[in-house]
Design a protein around this ligand. Structure first.
Ligand SMILES: Cc1cc2nc3c(=O)[nH]c(=O)nc-3n(C[C@H](O)[C@H](O)[C@H](O)COP(=O)(O)O)c2cc1C
Length: 218
């Protein structure tokens, strides 16, 4: 099924960042499962899927995180779902993680060799990140933002509201997740969060820059 142009634009207008959710309305498990599926189906560079999605539902855990998550204060109490999106660390071309990517894609030995050479030149020459842990993490983190966007736009398509969240103390929130045994800091790092629920009041879409101010044709 293909949406009309008007329907598609309406979805994008419907998606606004919701800061206050209606505490009496909860997103169904089925709708949330669909939103997770939007994340899972998201594209990622070389099909790396360098992400994990930590769904924070336990009220005690939410209360622990709340003092360090200034960007989602009311969301912490009222959001139907809070997702911490984690990004893979050290996703180097020659890591086990990449070997798994190739396994998943069902490469033959010959295809693996070719792919490895390509990933190597990509990560060492074209986008030199292989020898810098920070850059490797940022690369993985960039991929997670694609999943983030798809989750939010997809949610809007099924009538669910959301808010992306960078407003938190990353070190403190990471420490809590590590203490709770939810995050191995050697393996993954906190990238971005997102809340889901239903808006408590109607919200007008925010103004945007004019198309001619952001697009250059050459
Ligand atoms: C990566 C990212 C992080 C954000 N972090 C927060 C946040 O912590 N708290 C918040 O209330 N809004 C947050 N926002 C929402 C932005 O303020 C919002 O997207 C922007 O003002 C445009 O408004 P709109 O989303 O309603 O169109 C974030 C947005 C993005 C894309």
């Amino acid at each position: 099924m293909i949406l009309t142009t008007q329907q598609a634009l309406e979805v994008f207008e419907r998606r606004v960042s919701v800061r206050k959710y209606d505490p009496t309305k909860k997103v169904s498990e089925q709708d949330f499962a669909t939103i997770l599926e939007f994340a899972r189906r998201s594209p990622s560079s070389v099909g790396s899927e360098p992400w994990k999605f930590l769904v924070i539902q336990n009220p005690e855990l939410r209360a622990k995180i709340k003092p360090f998550a200034w960007g989602m204060q009311s969301g912490m109490d009222d959001a139907s779902y809070i997702v911490m999106i984690l990004a893979k660390k050290n996703a180097r071309y020659d890591s086990e993680f990449f070997a798994d990517v190739m396994d998943r894609r069902g490469f033959t030995a010959e295809q693996r060799e070719k792919a490895l050479a390509k990933y190597k030149s990509f990560q060492t020459v074209d986008m030199p990140i292989a020898d810098d842990e920070c850059k490797l993490f940022d690369w993985a983190s960039k991929q997670t933002y694609i999943a983030l966007a798809n989750m939010m736009t997809g949610a809007a398509m099924i009538g669910v509201d959301s808010c992306p969240i960078e407003g938190m103390n990353y070190e403190q929130v990471t420490n809590i997740l590590v203490e709770e045994g939810l995050l191995d800091p050697e393996d993954y790092g906190l990238s971005v969060a997102v809340t889901f629920g239903y808006r408590s009041a109607e919200i007008a879409p925010k103004e945007r820059k004019a198309i001619e101010d952001i697009v250059t044709w050459a």
